[in-house]
Design a protein around this ligand. Sequence first.
Ligand SMILES: [Fe+2]
Length: 370
Amino acid sequence: MAPMIKSLSAAGRFLEVSWEGMDQPVLYPALWLRDHCHAPHSMNQETNQRSVDTFAIPTDIELETVSLDHDKVTVHWRAEDPASEYPVSFLWKMSDRKTQAETHEKAHWAAADLKGALPEEDWAAVMAEDNNGLKSWMEKIDLHGFALVKGVPATPEATQDVLRRIGYIRETIFGGFWDFTANLAFADTAYSNVEIGPHTDGTYSIDSPGYQAFHCLEFDGTGGESIFVDGFKVAEDLRQSDPEAFETLTQVMVPAQYRGDGAHLMAEHPVIGLDRQGNLKKITYNNYDRAPFRLENDLQDRFYRAIGLFHEMINDRAYQLRFGLRPGTVVLFDNWRVLHAREAYQGHRRLCGAYHNKEDFLSTLRLLRE
Ligand SMILES: [Fe+2]
């Protein structure tokens, strides 16, 4: 809810708004205001797309008068006929130039924080038409970087039905929804039963998969515990304990590649990706898939020292949340935040799963929050 407007005035090239609870008035420039007019003559009311010709607006446009009527602000322009309209909520949302990006709280965790209390939701609730269970599950994934669904029928069909609640499944060179027992069908260690260290998937992809889901449909064997590490927790701890190593991992672009199965994918990302405010945005780490590259000798040394520290931390049991994936439990995790790993196992295991794009998960969650 937007706060109340205490007063507003047309001050030539600016609209000046004093908001309840703010010391300083907010100045909205006239050209920007005209460009963001919400009236039907300037914004398509069906699609919410801009229809005003931005580049035909006189750059020296000035306000004549302004008025407030309930939740709507109307501006009359000095040299133009149609008045412009703005929802108060829009002007409030745009009152701070810095915070246009969505920020939602993240709960960083080490293993002990979640052991025995894994974030989870019930299958029937997630599938229910009221969307409450779906929203609750997705909020937990957004907060912790992963969450389980318990009580899912152990079939590929039921698993896909759960995953499609979030959005369509991403196609990759491996296909879309996958379902396999241990074999070496592809040139990738994930398709075997050996131990796999903590990593994120798709480091060689320009748009690495945003989320990944697993469902173990059949298990008859020993070992094979899944391991999850909160990369944000590790990165934040590294920022405190070794700022130089942290900075190196935010700055060095690490190339990765996938060669095989008729593809040669390449991309480069820093291990620790930040947004422009310095907040953690994306962890990209898979030492198996790192492509050959060289740096200046000094930086090369610093890079090896920094990924050595990162490697040590993600392999520290204090950061590794471990649990066995068993039939009936779907786990979905944020592949831009949580690293996953697997112990070696003996026996028979059938696993299915899929990727979602980052944007599609966030789109569904945004709609559920509205
Ligand atoms: Fe993986």
